[in-house]
Design a protein around this ligand. Sequence first.
Ligand SMILES: [Zn+2]
Length: 286
Amino acid sequence: MKLKDLFKFKQKKSNTLSPEGLSDKELSDLWTQCSACKTTIYNADLKGNLMICPKCEHHFRIDSATRIGQLVDINTWQEINENIIASDPLNFTDLKPYTESIKAAKSRSGCTEAIITGFGKINNLEMALGIMEFNFLGGSMGSVVGERIARLAEEALKRQTPLVLVSSSGGARMHEGLLSLMQMAKTSAALTKLREHKILFVSVLADPTYGGVSASFAMLGDIIIAEPKAKIGFAGPRVIEETIRQKLPKGFQTSEYLLEHGQIDLVIHRKKMKETLATLISMHKK
Ligand SMILES: [Zn+2]
C-alpha cells in the first residue's frame, strides 16, 4: 500500500458508521466508557448521576461549571474577579508561546483562568467558593490563580463568610517560573488571616491535586475533604520511586490512603458533598 493510500484508508476507517448509522463522534457524544471498570455508560445517565459511574462509583473529573451546579443553590452564584487575567511576564515559549497556550486553554475550557471564584449559597447558607478548572492548562497555579484566591479570601473575611476551595491541579504553572511559586506563599498568607479571624476554610481535594497546590492552600483547610479515590500528592509516584529507589505501597497517594495516615479529615462521596459542606458551614456559623 502506498503512503497516500494509507491516509485515505485511515480517513475511511474514521468515517465508519455504527450499525445504527452513527459516526464515532456521534457515538462518543452519546456514550462514555468508565476508565475504571470499562462499562459503557449512556452520557445522559452519567450526567444524571453527578458524573459517577453507576457500576463502580468511579468519580469522573468534572469541570468548574458542573461543580458549581452541583454545590451552589440555583440562581445564587455570583462570580468575582473574572477580569483578572494572565499576562506573560517572562515572554515564555515552550512548544508554543505562553500567550497562545492561554488562548487555546480559554477556548477549550470556556473559562478565563484555572480557577473560578465567587459567592453563592449552599442550602441557603452564604459561602465564598473557588473551583479550580483542570481543563485550563492542567489547573496549574499561576499569578492569576494565586491572586483570585487571595482576593476571594480577603472578600470572605470582609463579609465574614466561610470559604470553600475545590482543588484539581497538576501544580504550579511552569510558564510563569518563580512568579507561580510565589503564589504558594501569597495564598497561604491570605488564608492565615482567615484563621486569625476564625473564619472557616474547607478545602476539597478532587482528582488530581498535586505539586504547588497540594503544598500550599489545598492542605491548609481547617477541614480537608477529598473525593473517593482522588490522586493527591506532591510529586508523582514514578518520580518518587526513581528518587528513593523503593517500591511504593499499594494505594499510595489516594484519598483513602491519606485518610488512613491522618493527612486529610474526610473522604466524601460526591452525592453527599453538598450536604456535608452545608452541615460544616452551619456548625461553624457565628
Ligand atoms: Zn465504572
